[in-house]
Design a protein. Structure first.
Length: 296
């Protein structure tokens, strides 16, 4: 295959569930797509849809100026691209990784003559190619690369550039996912509390959704307080009161025979903040407890 840098040509390495969804979307949009996967059989259906199938990663990389990688992990990226000439290539890494891995991979790509952006996919495979689903991808690294290929990158899902630090796409990705899992933990605890009671999960579900939506104000409120360092102005429910009432949550869990392991770490964090200086922190908003977690 020869190098093709014009227009809508790109190469994709990795055909797991996400990679396959990406490939199908680009093909449906009329892009000239070359694909490679370690297990070649996964490329069969895509070949039927018009994809060119490369026998090796080197062949796939040589086929296009824009190379997208969506593999298992960062070591898989290094292994697949080891020894391949990347001079003049635009490398987009959609492999899930950490901020440090994104920065290291950007330096690695630069040493090999390639422009680089890292990506964090905020979507499931079923959300790819479905704009109404709301999925998008964080990108960070080379702004020039992103601007050059933005139209192509926006085909599978929305594209949000979050800075030239190559680690920031992964940082945003993991920050949002961490918040998601924290929410899942609270929801799981709530359902565990009603297990065995004459309360249907289906009846509790709309109440949970409504309440969590109402509590969404905490996102912006915490951001403003962390930015200003002011945890006391306009507080409605202060830390001292919340710590005092947290005992009710723990006693209820015990009465229901439910482990408090999903919520007790946050309750303990609030207590630690209060105990450090009750006079200073008691009137604060709970966002002050966040400072115990970071590098401040």
């Amino acid at each position: 295959m020869t190098d093709t840098t014009r227009g809508n040509a790109l190469s994709l390495l990795g055909l797991g569930d996400m990679g396959t969804a990406l490939a199908r979307t680009w093909l449906a949009a009329g892009h000239r797509l070359t694909v490679w996967n370690r297990t070649a059989a996964k490329a069969g259906s895509l070949a039927d849809q018009g994809a060119a199938v490369a026998a090796t990663p080197a062949e796939a990389v040589a086929a296009s100026g824009l190379v997208v990688v969506c593999l298992l992990d960062d070591p898989s990226v290094g292994s697949a691209l080891d020894g391949i000439d990347l001079t003049g290539k635009d490398l987009v890494n959609l492999t899930t990784g950490t901020p440090a891995e994104g920065r290291a991979r950007a330096a690695w790509a630069q040493e090999r003559g390639a422009r680089f952006v890292d990506g964090g996919i905020m979507a499931t495979p079923t959300m790819i190619g479905a704009p109404q689903a709301g999925g998008y991808v964080f990108y960070s690294g080379s702004r020039a690369l992103f601007d050059t290929h933005r139209a192509v990158l926006e085909v599978p899902a929305g594209a949000r550039f979050v800075g030239e630090d190559p680690g920031h796409a992964a940082l945003h990705d993991v920050a949002l996912l961490s918040a998601m899992y924290g929410m899942f933990a609270g929801i799981s605890h709530a359902y565990a509390l009603i297990d065995g009671e004459d309360v249907s999960p289906k009846d509790l579900a709309p109440l949970l959704s409504e309440w969590l939506g109402a509590m969404g104000f905490f996102v912006g409120n915490a951001a403003e307080r962390l930015a200003s360092g002011d945890f006391t102005t306009g507080v409605v429910s202060n830390l001292a009161m919340q710590v005092a009432s947290s005992g009710t949550l723990l006693r209820t869990a015990a009465e229901q025979g439910v482990s408090a392991e999903l919520i007790s770490p946050y309750l303990e964090l609030m207590r630690r903040r209060l105990d450090a200086d009750p006079a200073a922190h008691g009137a604060e908003d709970t966002a002050g407890a966040i400072t115990l977690l970071g590098r401040r």
